[in-house]
Design a binder for this molecule. Sequence first.
Ligand code: MEV
Length: 438
Amino acid sequence: MNKPVEGFSKLTKEQKIDWLTTNYTEDSESAKKLLQLYWNPDTKVQQLHDEFIENTVTNYYLPFGIAPNFLINDKLYAIPMAIEESSVVAAASKAAKFWLKRGGFKTKIIGTEKVGQVHFIFKGKFEKLSRFIEDLRPKLIENASSITRNMEKRGGGITSIELRDKTDELKDYYQLHCTFETLDAMGANFINSCLESFAQTLENEAAQYGSFAADERHIEVVMSILSNYVPDCLVRAEVSCPVSQMNIDHRLSPHEFAKKMVRAVEIAKIEPFRAVTHNKGIMNGIDAVVLATGNDFRAIEAAAHAYASKNGNYSSLTDAKIEDDIFSFSIELPLALGTVGGLTSLHPLVKLGLEILGKPSASELMQIVAVAGLAQNFAAVRSLVTTGIQEGHMKMHLLNILNQLGATDSEKNTLVDYFKTHAATHNAVVEAFEKIRN
Ligand code: MEV
């Protein structure tokens, strides 16, 4: 039975690895070697990674791939994607190529508003609180001015501070519901600093507000934090073409294919079990670009799924329709992204990822990411309503299986060739491998 460790964070990296491999691995020497294998030979790069988080013992690689040929608002992009799942980059590239010949993707920013809240308890009369907040607003803004000065110079800052009465849902619970424009920054630090300043001002000023009775002067701030739900930091991306151009192969007419695509999205609109998987496929594309550009994919996921439930039922983030013989396929989702701050100027590959995208503004990145999600969904649904997902997926997964089996390069070449014309199930791959081995 292992014992708890004291002062782990104070140990050197080597000591941490010694402790870890001795207590938690079967073969401490080979575990150490494996951890070291993933260290970057450039000590500066390694130090950078060591310092991103605490208690770093090694790096965890993800493939960094490129999906080329994305025509977005008449500009051509090669999109970097960091993801482990086979076939995601291939699917994105395939969708990009399909739409390249049909006018490309069109996008629009609907809003860029970020949100943060000070959650507090007030045990007095709402009318008095409301008057107090009205009186307080200039001071809330003034007291945060050292935080907001630079952002304001660039055209951003605090855009609203509103009192919300939540006492119907929770006794004595109110919020300062605040909105912000954070320009090219994701803005988490900016927003949280503003909110903590608001909270301090709120408590201090309440304590001396003349119109409050003695027991109203104590406002209890519970917490001050940004919200990752940003329904007004919203982007829309769309593709469309005449139905006659929805030609994919001889098995389906363009009209049948377009109709099947619409049906599949209709199902994801009304059936949550399907919608979750449908949206998961969208997030395959979105998260991969979000990661490659150093953004917070957990925040993006949380917001996207909340938005997918905005009407009370979890539903598809994409829409498809045929109108006047035009097929259109679109996505609308919130994306709080940054192209300055955070990892964007620190992580060498993130910097390169942003350079590959032409150093986009946050708004431009929102549009690119939304397109990656739409393209991914188009590719997934296309496969689902035609060949089924396994054909393409197993082709891409083939190399993973062959690597697991320890195939040599020449065995891999032979089998990749063979499975161009044969169904690549796991069993079929193992059997074919054993056959050529023996
Ligand atoms: C797999 O990662 C994603 C899909 O399941 C998405 C979908 O079903 O739409 C293929």
